[in-house]
Design a protein around this ligand. Structure first.
Ligand code: 13P
Length: 336
């Protein structure tokens, strides 16, 4: 199946009422266990690199490794830039072969967010790359060694239904990240998702919805959110914390260990376990099993998707092709 465009993947998820887990990759260590989890779970997967995590990794080095792995497996893999804040980062990701970019301009006023996201959509769509936008604000992602301070969602910054409609209509994004009580990192107390708002936004706009800040949300809440229109769930902090705990236990039990390779194997096994568990909860497990009809990136007639427009566009874009494909008009817009 190989690489897949965000739009094709999430449209399938939305139609079939499951969510695709989007797992943040912060080093090479994460690639193999996430891919293995997807293969063993017969599940599509999104691997994403957040701009804020570039302090830990080299985008241009890690992207080819993910793309190579994706091309060799028979489950759909989408490679997404998570919370891209700068125009340069978006272009670097497209150039590196990502099949999706999230442009996060949510801290700006709605007008600015719309205007900038619209430009990104024009560029990304011209080379077959999907775009996730965000309105409402859920705060920054987790970085640093210490456990993040637990925090509560700010009701003031929840996504408004009328803003979602306007944003969708004016930008043409393929998926929308919404603020509905979700926060990145650790929740203060129990998360309190605004299910009614998810439902209203889902009924108001015809694109898949994205839930960031997956760590700490109870399984039952995930299931309810998916039934109401969430099709992509971002998940990182819990996966990372669990891997660190596994490493700590291993080192405590094996104080003589000097093999980083062995330590890394322990960490990878734990990441794989977490990801497989999430895939089950998100309902994406066995979606690509032989008896299912998911066939989003092949030419089979019996692919289960009636709409021919959903045929794959998941191309790896090399920079030369990108330059060739972006029209002069788009480049003119960027310079303004
Ligand atoms: P968590 O780290 O809270 O799971 O959130 C991840 C995320 O939303 C990345 O964009």
């Amino acid at each position: 199946m190989s690489l897949i465009n965000l739009k094709d993947l999430l449209n399938h998820a939305s139609k079939n009422k499951y969510a695709v887990g989007a797992f943040n990759v912060t080093s090479m260590t994460f690639i193999d266990p996430i891919i293995e989890a997807a293969i063993e779970s017969n599940s599509p997967v999104i691997m994403q690199l957040a701009e804020v995590h570039f302090r830990y990794l080299n985008l241009e080095h890690i992207a080819p490794a993910i793309i190579r792995a994706a091309r060799e497996v028979n489950v759909p893999v989408c490679i997404n830039l998570d919370h891209g804040k700068n125009f340069e980062t978006i272009i670097r990701a497209i150039r590196a072969g990502f099949t999706s970019v999230m442009f996060d301009c949510s801290a700006e006023p709605l007008e600015v967010n719309i205007a900038r996201t619209k430009e990104i959509v024009k560029i990304a769509h011209s080379v077959g790359v999907g775009v996730e936008g965000e309105i409402g604000n859920i705060g920054g992602e987790v970085v640093g060694t210490a456990a993040p301070t637990p925090h509560e969602a700010n009701v003031e910054s929840f996504t408004k239904v009328e803003d979602a409609i306007r944003f969708y209509e004016e930008t043409g994004v393929d998926a929308l990240a919404i603020s509905v009580g979700n926060v990145h990192g650790t929740y203060k107390g129990e998360p309190n998702l605004d299910f009614e708002r998810i439902d209203k936004i889902n009924k108001a706009i015809p694109i898949p919805l994205v839930l960031h800040g997956g760590s700490g949300i109870p399984d039952a809440d995930f299931k309810k959110a998916i039934s109401l229109g969430i099709s992509k769930i971002n998940f990182y902090t819990e996966m990372s914390a669990s891997a660190v705990k596994a490493a700590r236990n291993f080192l405590n039990e094996n104080p003589e260990c000097i093999s980083y390779a062995d330590l890394s194997k322990i960490v990878q096994a734990d990441i794989k376990k977490t990801v497989m568990n999430r895939m089950e909860v998100f309902g994406s497990k066995n979606i690509t099993a032989a008896d299912k009809t998911l066939c989003i990136s092949c030419d089979e007639v019996s692919c289960g998707l009636e709409d021919p427009k959903l045929k794959p566009q998941a191309n790896t874009i090399v920079y030369d092709t990108l330059v060739e494909m972006i029209s002069k008009e788009v480049l003119g817009n960027i310079k303004k």
